[in-house]
Write a protein that binds this ligand. Sequence first.
Ligand code: FES
Length: 137
Amino acid sequence: MEELFEAYNRIILEHLKHPRNMGEMESPDGVGEAQNPACGDTMRLFIKVETDRIIDAKFLTFGCGAAIASSSVTTEMIKGRTIEEALMISDAVIAEAMGGLPPTKVHCSVLAERAIQAAVSDYRRKKEKKENSQDDR
Ligand code: FES
């Protein structure tokens, strides 16, 4: 455990000790979940969207320290971005924002990338459903 902490850089440790935007969100516009089948770590991402811009993001992650730090960094990265901009955020971009990940932890940022995609898909699905129900009136 101590060895792993030594492998984490200052940015990761800071997000691990003080995760940003952790917790559940009330009535989110989109919720996405991603799980890594190899380790079982799971991330749930909640987004609030206004005119296709993410105005708030929260997360619940059950997993390793790097997964929690990735989640925290990701919520900070997507806030204020448009849906299209958020979709451009890859695992590599997240890992870079974290100052890099130890080789055995590189897959942890993939979890965050997938959670963004899942939350956006959910948002789009709900939006379409809402628009269709308004058309039916
Ligand atoms: Fe699997 Fe971190 S060890 S997501």
